[in-house]
Ligand binder design. Structure first.
Ligand code: ZN
Length: 284
């Protein structure tokens, strides 16, 4: 009997020790790592190379720009898989709403369940990277995918949106405008569906040391015309159907947004010049 009690006490002590060990592990998990602005966890960034040689060639990227874009797309939160681009976009959305509403949110995960954000009218036109997992439960989210084959997900064409004028507080797009045949028309449509004061927060790939945008393809009289060899984003050619690039944006893309009537703010990263999020606002 005594032996059995000793045995039970030993088991109890070991369980307590193990519990302490686990608590220490949890406490120190992610110590010294900045919280991810998307999920809010102190999770590490894991890098996998995502750019392929043909794309780098077609785009005419120098080695340093190829490396910056590779980090932008390939460095992802270990927990929620948000890339550096997604994370900057999340941070920009949070800051815009914090400024507008006087709130103090630190992650998109927390923001999306807060009553103050849940009343905002938001259009997510094509899923904005890995952020859709947080946005999807917002009650006033209008989520669409161009060419959607799922009845529960409507298809929206950025050059001819189905929404009435002045509907949204926020329009979100990410890496979409370069795949639209007429970007000026798309910007005009986004401007039209935003409420006065509403914002389009988005990313597009811009090579900032190129001053001029290059048009790779267009639609003329209903026909696709290639001005340069076809280039695709998404994955290396041949693996799966991809997204044809119509525009390779240069620094003049800012003026293109202003021409439509938007005011333009750019959120930049201190270390990686390819990481830029656009905040454009309909003022009237
Ligand atoms: Zn995360």
């Amino acid at each position: 009997m005594n032996n059995f009690r000793t045995y039970l006490l030993a088991v109890f002590r070991n369980v307590k020790r193990l519990g302490r060990k686990i608590r220490i592990q949890i406490y120190s998990f992610g110590k010294g790592i900045d919280p991810c602005p998307a999920c809010g966890l102190r999770a590490k960034l894991i890098h996998t190379s995502v750019l392929w040689p043909e794309l780098i060639n077609e785009w005419g990227l120098s080695p340093i720009w190829a490396d910056w874009f590779d980090k932008r797309e390939g460095s992802k939160c270990e927990y929620c898989c948000s890339s550096l681009r997604d994370r900057q976009l999340a941070e920009t959305i949070i800051n815009a709403i914090n400024t507008k509403e006087g709130t103090n949110f630190s992650s998109l995960n927390k923001l999306c369940v807060a009553p103050i954000a849940r009343k905002l009218m938001i259009a997510e036109i094509n899923s904005v990277g890995n952020l859709h997992q947080f946005l999807r439960d917002m009650p006033e989210l209008y989520y669409s995918e161009f060419g959607s084959e799922f009845p529960e997900v409507p298809s929206e064409d950025l050059t001819s949106l189905s929404y009435v004028d002045s509907t949204f507080d926020l329009v979100l797009t990410s890496e979409t405008l370069e795949h639209v045949p007429d970007v000026e028309l798309a910007l005009k449509e986004i401007y039209r569906v935003l409420k006065p004061g509403g914002m389009h927060i988005f990313t597009v790939p811009v090579v900032w040391d190129k001053s001029l945008t290059r048009r790779r393809a267009s639609i003329q009289e209903g026909q696709l015309v290639h001005h340069l060899s076809p280039s695709y984003h998404g994955s290396p050619q041949g693996e799966k159907p991809d997204f044809l690039v119509f525009y390779e944006f240069g620094a003049d893309f800012v003026e293109q947004c202003q021409k439509v009537g938007f005011t333009v703010d750019l959120v930049r990263d201190n270390e990686n010049p390819s990481l830029v999020t656009f905040v454009t606002q309909r003022t009237r």
